[in-house]
Design a protein around this ligand. Structure first.
Ligand SMILES: [Mg+2]
Length: 238
């Protein structure tokens, strides 16, 4: 029986990708007049993927990944952000636009309400730092739903390391076998959780799962859902 549901934040409850793309488009519109941002959004996404994972692996620090993303993005326009302060200022200006675009997925709050009605406790594990993630929870009125929010920045190791899942289950006093973890990344979220003994749930909103990924999920006992509306029924029968 599943008594505890743990959630990823970005692109699971919180529409991170949409906010990122709206944020960078607005930033480009004001700082690079005449440039059409739409053809550069994928490049910005790719730079986040590249440099944020360098941060999570310990290769660079948190501010370092921000500077790297700013510098590489602007280098594509022939602009050099040489000084650290220049790169950080550029990123801070982008963040103003990113924050302006914050929103939840439509199924987020209904899912949390249904789980509460089922008596399922709720927590969060996010690969980020508290000062960046907690304002999202507060602004979007998610905080009250979560008994514990664990960030990799505070804990010291990120998902998919089993330690962060086990630490969080321990905070709740719940056996991992009675906990589920849902997130938008197969390996980082669903398989990482399954490796720690939780029920892994991959939220594949765009139904991108390949046959190989579906088989990999099945091999680890992880489930695939396309919407958070499917989570409470899944946990009720697990
Ligand atoms: Mg995510």
């Amino acid at each position: 029986m599943i008594r505890l549901a743990l959630f990823d934040l970005d692109d699971t409850l919180f529409h991170h990708r949409q906010a990122v793309r709206a944020g960078i488009a607005a930033h480009v519109a004001t700082t690079l007049p005449g440039i059409d941002a739409s053809s550069h959004l994928d490049r910005w996404d790719a730079l986040e993927e590249q440099h944020y994972h360098r941060y999570l692996s310990g290769e660079i620090d948190y501010l370092g990944q921000r500077r790297a993303r700013a510098r590489d993005f602007m280098a594509g326009f022939g602009v050099t952000l040489g000084e650290d302060a220049a790169a950080e200022d550029w990123f801070e200006t982008y963040l103003v636009e990113y924050v302006r675009a914050w929103t939840l997925f439509d199924d987020a709050l209904p899912c949390l309400s249904t789980l509460a009605a089922q008596g399922v406790r709720v927590g969060m594990i996010t690969n980020g730092i508290p000062s960046f993630q907690q304002p999202k929870l507060d602004t979007l009125e998610l905080s009250a739903h979560f008994e514990h929010v664990v960030t990799s920045g505070e804990f010291g190791v990120p998902k998919p390391d089993p330690a962060i899942y086990l630490h969080t289950c321990n905070l709740f006093g719940v056996d991992p076998a009675e906990a589920a973890y849902v997130g938008d990344r197969l390996h980082t979220d669903a398989l990482g959780a399954a490796g720690a003994g939780l029920l892994g749930v991959w939220l594949d909103r765009e139904a991108t799962a390949s046959p190989a990924e579906t088989a990999t999920a099945a091999d680890s006992g992880a489930h695939i859902i396309a919407s958070l509306h499917q989570l409470a029924p899944l946990l009720a029968r697990s």
